[in-house]
Ligand binder design. Structure first.
Ligand code: NAD
Length: 485
C-alpha cells in the first residue's frame, strides 16, 4: 500500500459541470467544499450534450481527455446521454479508458430524517468495474443464437478483492461479503470466489462470508443491516447497488466513486433530471457526498469529515430539498442554494442523533499492482467445435463421426449447454447452435489437429462457426463439463 495523495498539497481536480441540473448541484457542492477548506486545484472541462452534438461520439473532446489524464480526481456532474445515433456512454468509456477498476457505492439510511424501511442500513458495495459481461464482446453466431463473452481475469479479481478488504480496514468496517454465482459459472465466478478466499486469509481481523448472488440479493433487500462491505462482479454489482440505494430510501442522496490507479472519478448516482433543471430545486446531496469520498481519496479526511458531519446535521435539523420524503413530515423544504448554505452554516458541527462519521487521516487507498504469476504448463487436450445445424442431434453426430481423424474423437454434443448426444432425450429443445466436443483419448494434441479437423468440417459441408480449445493448466482442466455429462 502506498499513499501518494497525502503528499500532494493541492491536487489537480478536473471538474465537469454536466447537463440538466448538473451546473446547479456542482456549484452548490463546490461552494460547500471550498467553505470547508478543500485544498485542490480545479481544472474545468466540458463533457456531455454539447460535445455529443459537436460530433464527439463519447461526449468528450481530445482536450478533455488530456485534462483527465493529468488530474488526480475527476469530480463529475451528471450529463444527458443522447438516445440512439451511435453515441457511446461516457461513463463506460471513461471507466474503461482510464482503468477505473473499483466502483464504490455507500448506501446508508438516515432514519427518521429520510423515509426508509431499513433504519439500521449502512453498507458499502464495491463493484468490479472493468471486466465480466461489460467487455462488450458480443456476436450473432447462427440464425437463432447470440452470445456475449464474460471475461474474468485473476489480476482483475485480485485487485478488486484486495481493494474491498483494504477499504474495510481503512473505514473501520468489520465484515466483507462476496456475492457470486459460482454454483453455475464455476470457472469465471469460481475464480472470483477463490481469489476472495485466498486474499481473505491475509485479513483475519475482518469477518468474511460468501453468498450466491440470488439469495444474497434477497437477503440484502430484506435484512440489509446484516451486511457491511459487499464485493462482487460487474453485472451483479450494477444491479445490487441500485437495489441497495433504493431500499436505503436515498437514491437522490447517494454518491459513488470510480477508483483508478492514476485518476479516480466521483459523481452522484442519479442522472441530469432535465425536467427540473434551472429551477433551484435539485438536491445537491448525492454529488456533495461524492465530493466527501473524493476528499478522503485525496488524503484530506479532515475536510471529508467536516463536510459529512455538517451535512448529517443539516439533514437532522430537518432541512431538506423537496425530493426527500421525511418520515414524520416535519422540517423545512428549501432550494438547492439554500440547502448548500445550510450545510455551510453547520460546518464544524456534528449530528446529535445520527452517528457522526470519523475518517482516518490518510484513508486514501492505492492498491499496489498485483504480482503476475509464472505461466502454467498449458496443454491442449481437445476442442469444442461450434456448428450451425438445423437437424437433430443423432444426424449431426453421424456427420461429425465422418470428420474424426488423428487423435480427435467426438465425445459429446450439447445444445445451449445441455448434453443431447450421446443419450439425449426428445424433450430437450434444440436451437440451431451446437457445441461438439472432440477429445484425445489421453495426453495433449498438436494444434494442427484442430486446424485439420476444422478443414475436414468445411470440406464435409458442416457449417462450423467457431472453435474453443480445451486446455489443462498444470494438469487441471480449464473447461467445464456439459450439463448432464
Ligand atoms: P434521473 O436520475 O436524471 O431522474 C430520475 C428522477 O429522479 C426524476 O424524477 C428526477 O427529477 C429525480 N431526480 C434525480 N436527481 C435528482 C436530484 N438531485 N434532486 C431532485 N430530484 C432528482 O434519471 P433519468 O430521468 O432516467 O435520466 C435523465 C438523463 O440523465 C438521461 O439522459 C440519462 O441518460 C442521464 N443519466 C446520466 C447519469 C450520469 O451522468 N452519471 C446517470 C444516470 C442517468
Amino acid at each position: 500500500m502506498y499513499d501518494s495523495a497525502a503528499f500532494d498539497e493541492s491536487p489537480v481536480v478536473a471538474v465537469a459541470h454536466g447537463d440538466g441540473i448538473g451546473p446547479e448541484i456542482m456549484a452548490a457542492a463546490l461552494q460547500v467544499l471550498d467553505a470547508a477548506g478543500a485544498r485542490m486545484t480545479v481544472r474545468t472541462l466540458e463533457i456531455g450534450e454539447k460535445l455529443y452534438r459537436q460530433g464527439h461520439t463519447a461526449g468528450i473532446s481530445p482536450e478533455g481527455w488530456e485534462t483527465l489524464r493529468t488530474a488526480r480526481a475527476f469530480f463529475k456532474a451528471p450529463i444527458t446521454t443522447p438516445q440512439g445515433g451511435g453515441m457511446k456512454s461516457l461513463n463506460v468509456t471513461i471507466r474503461k479508458t482510464l482503468g477505473l477498476y473499483a466502483n464504490v457505492r455507500p448506501c446508508s439510511a438516515y432514519s427518521p430524517y429520510v423515509a426508509t424501511k431499513h433504519p439500521d442500513m449502512d453498507l458499502v458495495i464495491i463493484r468490479e468495474n472493468e471486466e465480466d459481461l461489460y467487455a462488450g464482446i458480443e456476436h450473432r453466431q447462427t440464425d437463432e443464437v447470440y452470445q456475449c463473452l464474460k471475461l474474468v481475469s485473476r489480476p482483475g479479481c485480485e485487485r478488486i478483492v484486495r481493494y474491498a478488504f483494504e477499504y474495510a480496514r481503512a473505514n473501520r468496517r468489520t465484515k466483507v461479503s462476496c456475492f457470486t454465482k459460482d454454483n453455475i459459472m464455476k470457472l469465471t465466478d469460481g475464480l472470483f470466489h477463490q481469489v476472495f478466499n485466498e486474499i481473505g486469509e491475509e485479513y483475519p481481523d475482518i469477518e468474511q462470508d460468501h453468498w450466491i448472488v440470488d439469495i444474497g440479493t434477497a437477503r440484502l433487500a430484506t435484512r440489509p443491516q446484516d451486511f457491511d462491505v459487499i464485493v462482487t462482479t460487474n453485472l451483479y454489482g450494477d444491479i445490487i447497488s441500485d437495489v441497495a440505494a433504493e431500499i436505503a430510501g436515498s437514491v437522490g442522496l447517494a454518491g459513488s466513486a470510480n477508483i483508478g490507479r492514476q485518476v479516480s472519478m466521483f459523481e452522484a448516482i442519479h442522472g441530469s433530471a432535465p425536467l427540473i433543471a434551472g429551477q433551484d430545486i435539485a438536491n445537491p446531496s448525492g454529488l456533495l457526498l461524492a465530493g466527501v469520498m473524493m476528499m478522503n481519496h485525496l488524503g484530506q479526511s479532515d475536510v471529508a469529515e467536516r463536510v459529512h458531519n455538517a451535512w448529517l446535521r443539516t439533514v437532522e435539523d430537518g432541512v431538506h430539498t423537496g425530493d426527500v420524503g421525511v418520515e414524520d413530515g416535519s422540517g423545512e423544504a428549501v432550494g438547492t442554494r439554500a440547502f448548500a448554505q445550510a450545510v455551510i452554516d453547520r460546518l464544524g458541527q456534528e449530528p446529535r442523533k445520527l452517528t457522526p462519521v470519523r475518517y482516518d487521516s490518510n484513508a486514501s487507498l492505492e492498491i499496489a499492482p498485483e504480482p503476475r504469476r509464472e505461466p502454467a504448463d498449458r496443454q491442449t487436450v481437445g476442442v469444442d467445435l461450434f456448428v450451425q445445424w438445423r437437424g437433430g442431434a443423432d444426424d449431426l453426430a453421424a456427420r461429425l463421426k465422418g470428420i474424426e481423424g488423428g487423435p480427435l474423437e467426438l465425445k459429446m454434443i450439447t445444445n445451449r449447454g445441455v448434453k443431447v448426444w450421446p443419450g439425449g432425450i426428445p424433450e430437450t429443445f434444440c436451437t440451431d447452435h451446437w457445441r461438439c466436443r472432440f477429445m484425445n483419448g489421453g495426453g495433449s494434441i498438436d494444434l494442427n489437429e484442430i486446424v485439420a479437423l476444422s478443414s475436414r468440417a468445411v470440406t464435409a459441408g458442416i457449417e462450423f462457426i467457431k472453435t474453443e480449445h480445451l486446455c489443462t493448466f498444470d494438469g487441471e482442466a480449464g473447461f467445464t463439463l456439459g450439463q448432464g455429462q
